[in-house]
Design a protein around this ligand. Structure first.
Ligand SMILES: NC(=O)c1ccc[n+]([C@@H]2O[C@H](COP(=O)([O-])OP(=O)(O)OC[C@H]3O[C@@H](n4cnc5c(N)ncnc54)[C@H](O)[C@@H]3O)[C@@H](O)[C@H]2O)c1
Length: 279
């Protein structure tokens, strides 16, 4: 797809009120696309929709929880009342749980799987069939570097992101028969509100532990606008998997070409973290 000029195209972005979703929506609008945006944060959604409109583009917006099939079905129906099929689908909405399996409750699992995995499934389920019928378009699923390297500090989060990587790889094969591209985005450490909205469990469930994470992401200072640019680039090149930040690329290659060294490093980092928390 030519991403230098997207006028006449309709792009869906879930979780558009903040961070990577917000910046991706704005980057798509700057390149001429109309937007269909959803989020659970109504004020944030209204704010990004106004910015899209200020750029001269249309912004359909719906407060919708990606974990709810009924709400996503209603969102898709509202979009398909305007266009037969969307051109770009960005399944971005996501949340985090920081902490190990032994401290993760079943309710935490339901919450995380509902948003991070079922949210992507719902986006694909409701928006793909018309794209397939028209035989064109591109799907972007926002996974994570935690979707190919798992650590004990992100046990449940990694589980959902490994699943998104798997689903995206399978879709990449299946949808190639219909001229629809599929890109898996693995951002890395990106300075967004996710460090504040994530649930922390077990020894991570302290203000100090959260502040440490927030500060580490702030120090890294890799902005979501850079992820948005990479998403557009990946759509243009029809890339299958796109790590974004340098650490995401390093983890991607390390896991492939030096899996034992990667496992050793992950264990060393975990041991240091455990030591810090007196475990
Ligand atoms: N920030 C990072 O370091 C990082 C790294 C790797 C992957 N990611 C992934 O990037 C995506 C975007 O995260 P971000 O960093 O921009 O975070 P963010 O918190 O800034 O944005 C996430 C957005 O999703 C929305 N959202 C949450 N639950 C929702 C639901 N049930 N339905 C609809 N919308 C919902 C939030 O309201 C928010 O606007 C997520 O999938 C996340 O897992 C982020």
């Amino acid at each position: 797809m030519d991403v230098s000029n997207l006028s006449g195209k309709m792009a869906v972005v879930t979780g558009a009120a903040s961070g990577i979703g917000r910046e991706t929506a704005l980057e798509l609008a700057r390149r001429g696309a109309d937007l269909a945006l959803c989020d659970v944060d109504q004020d944030g959604l209204e704010s990004v929709a106004s910015e899209v409109e200020a750029l001269g583009r249309k912004a359909i917006r719906r407060t919708a929880d990606v974990a709810s099939s009924a709400e996503m079905e209603r969102f898709a129906a509202a979009v398909h009342a305007e266009v037969d099929a969307v051109d770009i689908l960005v399944n971005n909405a996501g949340v985090g749980v920081g902490g190990g399996f032994l401290h993760t409750s079943l309710e935490d699992w339901e919450w995380l799987i509902g948003i991070n995995l079922k949210g992507v499934i719902h986006g694909c389920h409701f928006f793909l069939p018309p794209m397939v019928e028209r035989r064109s378009g591109h799907v972007v699923n926002v996974a994570s570097a935690a979707g190919f390297v798992a650590t004990e500090a992100l046990s449940a989060y990694s589980t959902t992101k490994f699943a998104v990587v798997g689903l995206s790889e399978a879709l990449h094969e299946e949808l190639s028969h219909y001229d629809i591209g599929v890109t898996t985005i693995c951002p890395g450490v990106i300075n967004t509100a996710i460090t504040r909205s994530s649930r922390m469990v077990g020894p991570m469930a302290t203000e100090e532990a959260r502040d440490e994470v927030v500060r580490a992401y702030e120090r890294r200072n890799y902005g979501p606008e850079l992820v948005a640019k990479n998403i557009l680039h990946a759509i243009g090149r029809n890339r299958a998997v796109t790590p974004v930040s340098p650490e995401a690329w390093t983890m991607y290659f390390a896991k492939r070409f030096a899996p034992r060294a990667t496992a050793w490093l992950v264990r060393a980092v975990s041991a240091r973290e455990r030591g810090k928390r007196g475990l």
